[in-house]
Each structure stands twice: as C-alpha cells, then as structure tokens.
Write a protein that binds this ligand. Sequence first.
Ligand code: HEM
Ligand code: HEM
Length: 252
Amino acid sequence: MAKHSNAGQSQQPGRRTLMQTIGLYTLYLLTQVLGIGMISLGCLWVNKHLGGMKLDGTPEQLFNYHPVLMATGMLFINANGILFYRTGGCLKYSTQKFIHFLVQLTGLGVTLAGAYAAYTYHTLKHIPHYYSLHSWLGGALIVTQASGTLGAFFVFLWPQGSYGFKRAVLPLHTFVGAVGFVLAAGVAITGVTEKALFSLTSKGQEYRDLPAPALLLNAFGVSIVLFVISVVYLLTRSDYKRPDVAVDRKKD
Ligand code: HEM
Ligand code: HEM
C-alpha cells in the first residue's frame, strides 16, 4: 500500500523537522519586527502630530497614551502570550502555562492603563462616555479580556482544577482568545480612523488631502493589519504547534 506523503508535517510524533523549526523562528522574528514597527509608528504619530504623551500635561497629551498602550497591551503583548505556546517548546508544559498567564496578565494591565487614559480624557473634557461604536466594541473587548484572564486563571492554574474540566474548556478558551485578538485589531483601526477625523479637522486639514499626519496614521493602521496577519498565520499552522503537548497535558 502506498505511504501517505508527510510534507509539511512532523516526521516523528513529538518532533518538528529542522525546516519547520527554521520556518517558525524566522516568521516569529518577522512578527516581532512588525509588532515593534507598529508600536513605533503609533509613538511617532502621537509625538510628531498630536503633541506627545505626558501624564501631567494637557488632557490631549494624556489621551495620546491610549493608542500606544492599546496597541502594546491588546495586540503586541497579547500576541506574545499566545505565541509562547509556539516558541517556548523547550520548557515544561506547566512552565509554559505559567508564563502564558503572566504575559497575558501584563497585557491586561497595559490595556487597562490605556483604557484609563481614554476614559479620563473624556471625563476631563466633559465628553460623554461610551457613545461611539469604537468605545462599545472596545469596552466589550476589555471586559472579555479581563474576565477571560481571571476565568482562565481559575480553570487552568488553580491547583484543584480537574483535568477533564480543563480539557472541556480549552477549545472555548482558544476560540475566544484568538477571536478577541483579531477583533482587537479591528477595534484599534476604528479608533485610528476616528482620531484621524477628529484631529485633522480640528487643525483645518482634510483627511482626503492626505497630509503628513494622515500618511503616518494610515501606516500605523496598515502595520496593525500586517502584525495580526503574521500572528494568525503562526497560530493556525498546525505543524508549528507544540508537538508533544498531549503527553505533558495529562499531568497538568
Ligand atoms: C486574555 C487573556 C488570554 C488570551 C487572549 C489567551 C489566549 C489563548 C489562545 C489563543 C490559546 C491557544 C494557543 C494555541 O493554539 O496553542 C491559549 C491557550 C491556552 N491558554 Fe490562554 N489566553 C489568555 C489567558 C490565559 C490564562 C490567564 C491562562 C491560565 C493559565 C491560560 C491558559 C491557557 C492554556 C492552558 C492553554 C492551552 C495550551 C495548550 O495546551 O495547547 N490562558 N490561550
Ligand atoms: C484594541 C484597542 C483599543 C480598544 C480596546 C479601545 C477602547 C476604547 C474605549 C473603551 C474607549 C472609550 C472611552 C470612554 O468612552 O470613556 C475608547 C476611546 C477612544 N479611542 Fe480607543 N481603543 C483601542 C485602540 C485605539 C486606537 C489605536 C486609537 C487611535 C487613536 C483609539 C482612539 C480612540 C478615541 C479617539 C477615543 C475617544 C472617542 C470615543 O470614545 O470613541 N483607540 N477606546
């Protein structure tokens, strides 16, 4: 009987081929470059065209933390927490799980700081809270991320958690985590567009004329999309998954 071709798959259960490992780490590096590029473009935009970031400055300067911290917490750190299951393969499963938890908790802290900047800006400027589509979707995502982190802590890390329950919840956890990450990019882009319209109009500029700030904020938006595409690619390549996880999971 003819043997099935194994192209693109691990040759031995529990091991990635050399080419798969090289592919994974090359793409991972590219993803990091895209992520750092995304945060740098956000910083460049708010520093060059929106008056910079300052805690004790004007309300606008406080607000400027919002795009940068949201891109850092909800996208960059969140993605790194998720991808740790791809790159931390040399560690024990329980260690990977703990680091995943710590990174997601850090991401949540940065996200909450970013949300606080936008919320306080609204309060200081007497702008109503939660009127825009961006703030509705963004608020819902923040609540989902916070409750997901808390819930996952009790399900996956709490010492008394049962293995069967963990197995049952995992597909939902993975689905909500991945969808939330992709949606965060969409929400961030609605925020960038909103800010483009507010900030350019208030300076007497038109978005459609594509002045320098518009070019930069468009580039920031494009970098968000490229970053998310690269993360989702790494996440969905089945041959990049941690190969021997099923064995370890039985203990955790
Ligand atoms: C907002 C916070 C979180 C997000 C967005 C998130 C997202 C994800 C995603 C997308 C996966 C699938 C990764 C893969 O396919 O390999 C995953 C796996 C997992 N996460 Fe989370 N996670 C979060 C918080 C947590 C926390 C707090 C824990 C507690 C320890 C946790 C425990 C796990 C476990 C055990 C897995 C399974 C890994 C495996 O066995 O393959 N997660 N998470
Ligand atoms: C996933 C990332 C993001 C989330 C979850 C998010 C969430 C939020 C939330 C909840 C508010 C409401 C604050 C309030 O009503 O008091 C808000 C406001 C705002 N955000 Fe974001 N944001 C994100 C990214 C961004 C980015 C990248 C920008 C780009 C500048 C941005 C621009 C704005 C603007 C202009 C407001 C004030 C107007 C409004 O309430 O819609 N956001 N954001």
